[in-house]
Ligand binder design. Structure first.
Ligand SMILES: Nc1ncnc2c1ncn2[C@@H]1O[C@H](COP(=O)(O)OP(=O)(O)OP(=O)(O)O)[C@@H](O)[C@H]1O
Ligand SMILES: [Mg+2]
Length: 455
């Protein structure tokens, strides 16, 4: 099963926090414990030291010890004075006098002559023992031993530990709850995006997500929505393109079929027969021109641009040479005023495709006996004709695929894909194309070649 991102985040944050708090707790409790015990040890060690110096200086300590040495009873502690054999000489509690002791603290003080401290659990209660040697002429002559119950210190440490742990558990609970909330807040938009992406993969292009955030996720959601609507446009374009192509092929096919059926019926004389075959030939020409335009358009998307510096005037001249017979049929004059010093950085074949389409259109929709001018100045290339012109309402659509202005107005007609290819090539090169036209007077197609060099 997939782990939810929110759980992962909560778990990670929670675990990191718990480990950190546990370490802090252990350190705090340890420090508090050693601090409390050290304070106690310092106090009783100095008491031992004072008593041993009293003994060393022959100051009577008998009365002090006999009267309890400051301890209320033997349950709180006692002070003992032992000889070097461990025999109790004096006991603040009274009843241990005469007994022999051999505990490690006594041995440390009597044998090594150094003070010592030890901690024990007696009857489930904590106690500490401190010893200090009494030195006479540099030799250990007796040992002061203080034993004290320190259960209250242990109780205090336990209380401190419990309180610290309790506070930590409470804070950990708050932190875990906060990280669950943060995790949910972070993962909610991702869940939304995933659901929307799944919808798109099922074919529902255009699915949007509504995420109003001012951070990277908000930016991601915006990009996602943009991508989704782009996909929707592409999908709609693809559908429209397929239906346009089918339609474009259906019409000439239907017309060819009708003509062939008429021929097969055999009711036509030889002149009619020739006329019908001519029509069939024309339809086949139209279809093959459409198919080759479609192939060009499809190839555009997959071929890599091979940009090279091209002398614009030469490229225009080549195209004009190829189209001159077409222009002659309509008695149209072709002028090329491009300067030979103008060099364009473009793909040769694609540039040729652009020039052919623009000049071919200018001739096709040009005026009988009119002119077509190709000029280039100040980085701007123009194809100008004085033909039928284009109505304002058609201007923004002529670059769409299969868009043709009403043939009854233009008199001529192709498949309506030429300018679509031109626009695509211009876009691929990063150039710009625009058109201006006055209906009945003529049109001007303008291309701005981005990196045109003029000498
Ligand atoms: N110079 C022009 N003068 C007037 N109308 C034009 C001119 N150039 C293009 N048009 C109009 O724009 C339409 C689209 O042109 P486009 O070149 O895309 O298609 P087409 O010439 O009809 O067919 P083809 O795919 O064979 O080029 C044309 O049908 C025509 O009506
Ligand atoms: Mg054309």
């Amino acid at each position: 099963m997939k782990k939810r991102l929110a759980c992962r985040l909560a778990l990670t944050y929670g675990l990191i926090f718990i480990i950190a708090v546990a370490v802090i707790n252990i350190v705090l409790i340890f420090l508090y414990r050693s601090n409390q015990l050290q304070k106690n040890e310092n106090y009783y060690m100095s008491l031992c030291s004072v008593l041993s110096s009293m003994a060393e200086n022959n100051i009577r300590i008998t009365d002090y010890i006999d009267t309890g040495a400051g301890f209320t009873d033997e349950k709180s502690g006692r002070v003992l004075l032992l000889d070097t054999d461990g025999k109790v000489i004096l006991d603040s509690g009274g009843e241990m006098a005469g007994m022999h002791l051999t505990n490690p603290e006594f041995r440390e003080a009597s044998q090594k002559g150094i003070p010592a401290a030890g901690y024990y659990i007696l009857d489930e209660k904590g106690m500490a023992m401190f010893s200090h040697p009494v030195l006479l002429s540099g030799r250990v002559s007796a040992v002061v031993l203080v034993s004290v119950y320190i259960q209250d210190i242990y109780d205090d440490i336990n209380r401190f530990a419990k309180q610290t742990i309790l506070i930590s558990v409470m804070v950990a609970a708050i932190v875990i709850a906060a990280s669950v909330w943060t995790g949910r807040r972070l993962s909610a938009p991702i869940t939304k995006l995933t659901a929307a992406a799944e919808k798109i993969s099922e074919g529902n292009t255009g699915t949007n997500v509504n995420i109003d955030r001012n951070d990277e996720i908000g930016v991601l959601a915006d990009s996602f929505n943009k991508m989704s609507s782009e996909l929707q446009k592409i999908e709609a374009g693809r559908k429209r393109f397929i239906s346009d192509v089918s339609h474009e092929l259906k019409t000439p096919l239907a017309s060819i079929k009708a003509l062939v059926e008429a021929l097969l019926a055999g009711k036509t004389d030889s002149d009619e027969c020739r006329e019908y075959l001519g029509d069939v030939d024309h339809e086949i020409d139209r279809m093959s021109s459409l198919v080759s335009s479609l192939l060009t358009s499809a190839r555009l998307e997959e071929t890599m641009l091979k940009k090279e510096p091209l002398v614009l005037a030469e490229e225009v001249e080549r195209v004009i040479k190829a189209l001159r017979p077409l222009a002659s049929q309509k008695l149209i004059l072709l002028h090329n005023t491009c300067h030979h010093g103008v060099v364009v950085n473009a793909d040769r074949n694609m540039l040729r495709e652009v020039l052919i389409n623009l000049i071919d259109n200018a001739i096709k929709y040009g005026l009988e006996g009119g002119y077509v001018k190709v000029e280039c100045s100040n980085g701007i290339f123009k194809v100008i004709d004085n033909g039928c012109g284009i109505l304002q309402q058609d201007l923004q659509s002529i670059f769409d695929s299969f868009y043709r202005v009403d043939r009854s107005r233009t008199g001529e007609g192709g498949s309506g894909i030429g300018l679509f290819i031109v626009k695509r090539i211009v876009e691929l090169h990063g150039f710009d194309i625009s058109v201006s036209s006055t209906y009945g007077e003529g049109s001007v197609f303008t291309v701005k070649f981005g990196d045109m060099i003029s000498y």
